[in-house]
Design a protein around this ligand. Structure first.
Ligand code: NAI
Length: 390
């Protein structure tokens, strides 16, 4: 039987074979070694594509300290494979407790990184709590997702951002592709593989019609579902209407839905009042970064029993007799019960990360503590490379 690490190496190799943009960057990094002398701390969803980013940065000369972004998205075979690589320290375990995860963030910071790449804004939050003076070598940070970038902007507005930061999420080559088409495909992959149920003919409620919500709605329609959108912004609601979707308030929409998907990045969006209206047998899942969009405490309080119905599917039997199914414990479903975005999408997102980190390594010392966009030439260069390797 194959060991955990062998299975991890196989998964990493499969993703690598489908990440041609990365291959180009890695070849150049091997020659130029832009990260020689750097220690890069990475707090990311630890799956096969991320492993390829980490190996690319390592090829560029960096020592790596790697932790997870969400305990349920860490794949142990990937961490086992990475741990075998010289120059890479890993501190992450699938299903680790919140305390263990917090301890990993502290260990990453104790390692005194020069650069940080993270997903959801937890590391920058901890840096601010601990004080930047404890990180004398730190040059800058790159944030991968909408939620992480919002956190950076809040700190900037409050005058508390201690280091230069690059909002990788806000590059056009990121949100137009990863958030929309990446989450659009991988979320439906997760729902279908965990439930083995039909999507066609079902009513799907998408809550939040940002870049992620647009992709979820687009692919739901492609699978034959009737799509209802609940969005706070009236302009985006009109956009959803013009796309041919139905638009409703959350409470109206949830009463009709067979599948409910959250994609807002905001806490408690599906609270007790909404849960009271969910149809018997409905499936609930979240695609937003944090597992707080569906109020699990309210669901627990309303239910008389919950049990695992299938791997990744929890059945809640409510006091009023309804049964509601929650996928992936309400954490981001495409990474908690599936393998995350397709390799070709992460090839692009992580190319932006690798080049933005290189930009920080070369220029960070001259930048002030602000949130910077990904330089336009990097966004365009990645797009050109994608076109040239097709
Ligand atoms: P966005 O900011 O483009 O869209 C969020 C939308 O939700 C906005 O239009 C906002 O008006 C709406 N919204 C907020 N509160 C609402 C409420 N109570 N009811 C209805 N609508 C509400 O953000 P984006 O890029 O779509 O990302 C959404 C979340 O998904 C973030 O947490 C982001 O980090 C995460 N994300 C997850 C990925 C995954 O792999 N699962 C990939 C990319 C992003």
């Amino acid at each position: 039987m194959k060991s955990e690490a062998e299975r991890g190496h196989e998964k990493i190799a499969w993703a690598r074979a489908h990440m041609p943009v990365h291959a180009r960057i890695r070849e150049r990094f091997e020659r130029e070694r832009p990260f020689a002398g750097h220690l890069i701390g990475a707090a990311l969803h630890l799956e096969a594509k991320t492993a390829n980013l980490i190996l690319t940065l390592r090829a560029g000369g960096a020592e790596m300290y790697v932790i997870g972004s969400n305990p349920l998205s860490t794949q142990d075979e990937i961490t086992a494979a990475l741990s075998e690589t010289d120059g890479i320290t890993v501190s992450a375990r699938h299903g680790e407790s919140l305390e263990e995860h917090a301890a990993s963030i502290d260990r990453l910071l104790d390692a005194s990184p020069t650069l940080i790449v993270e997903d959801g804004g937890e590391v920058i939050g901890r840096i601010v709590e601990r004080g930047i003076e404890r990180l004398p070598r730190l040059i800058g940070i790159c944030a991968e997702t909408t939620t992480g970038v919002e956190q950076l902007r809040e700190l900037e507005r409050a005058g508390k951002l201690p280091i230069p930061a690059i909002a990788v999420n806000d590059a056009r080559m990121k949100y137009l592709l990863d958030n929309r088409y990446g989450t659009g495909q991988s979320t439906w992959d997760a729902i279908m593989r965990s439930t083995n149920l039909l999507v066609a003919g079902k009513t799907v409620l998408i809550i939040g019609y940002g870049w992620v919500g647009r992709g979820l709605a687009l692919r739901a329609r492609g699978l034959g579902a009737r799509v209802v959108v609940a969005e706070l912004d009236p302009i985006k609601s009109v956009e959803a209407l013009m796309e041919g979707h139905d638009v409703a308030s959350l409470n109206e929409g949830i009463a009709q839905a067979d599948i409910v998907l959250t994609a807002t990045g905001k806490p408690g969006v599906v609270g007790k009042e909404a849960l009271e209206r969910v149809k018997d047998g409905a499936i609930l899942a979240n695609a937003g970064h944090f597992g707080y969009e569906i109020d699990k405490e309210a669901l627990d309080e309303m239910s008389v029993e919950n049990r695992e119905a299938r791997p990744g599917v929890r059945a809640y039997r409510l006091a009023d007799g309804r049964t509601i199914y929650l996928l992936g414990e309400g954490e981001l479903v495409n990474l908690s019960v599936a393998d995350g975005h397709p390799a070709e999408i992460m090839d692009i997102s992580f190319a932006l990360q690798a080049l933005s980190l290189e930009y920080l390594a070369r220029n960070g010392a001259t930048l002030s503590p602000r949130v910077y966009p990904v330089p336009e030439e990097i966004d365009t260069q990645v797009a050109r490379t994608v076109l040239s390797v097709r």
